[in-house]
Design a protein around this ligand. Structure first.
Ligand code: SF4
Length: 367
């Protein structure tokens, strides 16, 4: 009779020991000293400059932000200068960066710092958080970087690092509180600003969403996700639901004297106070057959012509497709109420969001 075979359980991968917090901090700070990114806003500890960089960096890459940041702080070098600027000018300087509510909030914040604090940034989290447009993340970033306050700004990059380091099984966004608590548990008693920036850099350059460079990571000896071989599966997230497609029409009227018809969007809501060409509402059930019903009323009979193709743009919560109509009109045509004629040569100075720049590019390239 053959001998009975006993089933042996596969040996589980031993998990790293709970992190030795002090060693962790030292390793990260040493790595940061050697490999931290050389960024334009790292040469200052002026809270206003740090705030501008942090607000610009929300949902935008460092590469895109760098030239905008340099122009912005050269034009408005102090919080008082920004407070004295017109919102229109600020929106123009922001055009192309997207998420324009950030520019409006930054401007409102500058005014609040001047009005409530005499132009001096408060140096504690509570007072920073009470300023317009400053949430937990931005308050923690400004407080840690400029005042060395004991705070860890937790953005998507930091969330990813911490979720992997501790292999947090809870799904985002519910896991945010756990991530914040564990991130705070790593904070050193001093050099909170360096620690925050080191963590940001680790997330941005090493612990990337896909194929993290774990071999180069200063925390690879203690990372639980790495030990499990499951780095890319953290942070755990619920399945993504894409926004429903919206459609609409945009109307590019060009006068024979080289001016294009523009208007300003309502001050609140999506792309609030930004400039646009007249257009229809953006709706799931937009019917192209009725598109000309929402074309601007011009005091002349003009023939709108639909251009081939569509302009596509993806907002954070929905994708958009716009049909573009063009028309040439005589130079004496007045602008309808709420609209204005703007020289084509002056378009770069207008606060046109990216979607409208795409519409105009499509019109000028295809007409
Ligand atoms: S070891 Fe890898 S997964 Fe873990 S924190 Fe470092 S880069 Fe991220």
């Amino acid at each position: 009779m053959p001998a009975k075979r006993t089933a042996t359980k596969p040996k589980a991968t031993p998990l790293p020991k709970p992190p030795d917090r002090r060693r962790f901090r030292t390793r990260l700070l040493t790595w940061y000293r050697r490999h931290g990114r050389d960024l334009p806003w790292r040469t200052t500890d002026d809270p206003y400059h740090i705030l501008v960089s942090e607000i610009m960096l929300q949902q935008t890459t460092v590469k895109t932000v760098a030239p905008y940041y340099a122009r912005f702080v050269a034009r408005w070098p102090t919080v008082a200068a920004l407070a004295a600027a017109s919102l229109d000018d600020v929106l123009r300087a922001w055009a192309g960066l997207g998420y324009y509510a950030r520019a409006r909030n930054l401007h409102a914040c500058a005014r609040a710092v001047v009005e409530r604090h005499g132009g001096i940034f408060p140096n504690n989290l509570e007072a920073l958080r009470a300023l317009p447009g400053i949430g937990d993340y931005t308050a923690a970033a400004v407080a840690a970087i400029t005042f060395d306050a004991p705070a860890v700004p937790v953005d998507g990059n930091v969330e990813r690092v911490v979720a992997r380091l501790f292999a947090i099984e809870e799904k985002l966004p519910a896991a945010k509180a756990t991530v914040k608590r564990l991130a705070a548990s790593l904070l050193p008693a001093r050099r909170a600003g360096d620690f925050a920036q080191a963590l940001m850099d680790l997330g941005a350059t090493i612990c990337s969403p896909k194929r993290p460079a774990c071999a180069l990571c200063p925390w690879n000896e203690s990372c639980v996700a790495l030990a499990l071989g499951l780095q890319e599966t953290f942070p755990r997230k619920p399945r993504k639901r894409e926004g429903k497609l919206r459609r609409g029409a945009a109307y590019v009227a060009l006068r024979t004297d080289g001016r294009v018809l523009l208007r300003t969007r309502p001050s609140s809501g999506l792309l609030g106070a930004m400039t646009e060409v007249p257009g229809s509402a953006w709706a799931h059930d937009f019917n192209i057959a009725h598109a000309l019903g929402s074309a601007p009323r011009l005091r002349t009979n003009i023939a709108w012509r639909r251009l081939p193709g569509l302009v596509r743009h993806v907002f954070t919560h929905f994708p958009l497709e716009l049909a573009v109509f063009v028309a040439g009109v005589p130079r004496a045509t007045p602008a309808p109420k709420g609209a204005r004629w703007v020289k084509v040569l002056d378009l770069p100075g207008e606060a046109l969001p990216t979607v409208m720049r795409k519409v105009l590019a499509h019109a000028f390239e295809t007409k």
